[in-house]
Unconditional design. Structure first.
Length: 228
């Protein structure tokens, strides 16, 4: 670690020169250690935060920018949140990413492409619920639900397929995930359900989503990670 710090000091002037000469925004600042402070509209669990981040990183490269830059930004965000500022700065410099304000919330690549990272990818919300609190909530008795009439729920997979599941308004998303697993052999762990742009947690009941006949629920299917 001592050697790394020495190199950091010795290369500071040359790295500053590279920052000032990059395309895409002129000014380039060193990456700041400060993390954004933000509050979620609703208290969010650690699992929900992970799902929200995964959704962003899975879909962002499909809209604009270069995949290798998105990958570098993801690695830098993880390093910064882990308080490894030196590694995060090294990743940014190695990918020739320009930071006009010293933050990953707005940055540019060498070609001038703009990249914006939401606050939830850079830091947890101030009203984050710990996993322990989430378990305590799960253990509480579930309310009685009387809506048992079954219907065909329309589901649209991120793979491009549309299908129907036999469901009732009393079903939870967790139960429906198991139905989808049994019907399509898609692991529950690789399913994320969304309706009207909102992530549906496993304890959410269909009746709570205000879904109506012929409405469609989106299911993002993530690919399992293959060990290298």
């Amino acid at each position: 670690m001592g050697g790394c710090i020495g190199r950091e000091g010795g290369n500071r002037s040359s790295r500053t020169g590279r920052r000032n000469g990059r395309k895409g925004g002129g000014r380039n600042e060193p990456l700041k250690k400060e993390k954004p402070k933000w509050k979620s509209e609703f208290p969010m669990t650690e699992g929900q935060l992970r799902s929200k981040r995964d959704e962003f990183w899975d879909t962002a490269p499909a809209f604009e920018g270069r995949k290798e830059i998105w990958d570098a930004l993801r690695a830098a965000a993880i390093a910064l949140e882990s308080n490894d500022h030196e590694l995060a700065q090294a990743i940014v410099d190695g990918a020739s990413i320009t930071l006009p304000h010293g933050s990953l919330s707005e940055c540019y690549d060498e070609l001038g492409n703009r990249y914006q990272l939401p606050a939830y990818c850079l830091a947890p919300p101030v009203n984050l619920i710990s996993e322990r609190c989430e378990e305590e909530v799960v253990e509480q008795p579930e309310p009685q639900v009387t809506h048992k009439k079954e219907f065909q729920l329309k589901v649209r997979l991120s793979t491009g397929r549309d299908l129907r599941l036999t469901a009732s308004m009393a079903n939870t998303i967790g139960q429906l995930k198991k139905l989808l697993q049994a019907q399509e052999d898609i692991s529950v762990a690789h399913q994320r359900w969304f309706f009207s742009g909102k992530l549906l947690t496993d304890k959410t009941r269909l009746q709570d989503t205000k879904i109506q006949k012929d409405f469609v629920i989106q299911v993002i299917v993530s690919q399992p990670t293959v060990p290298k």
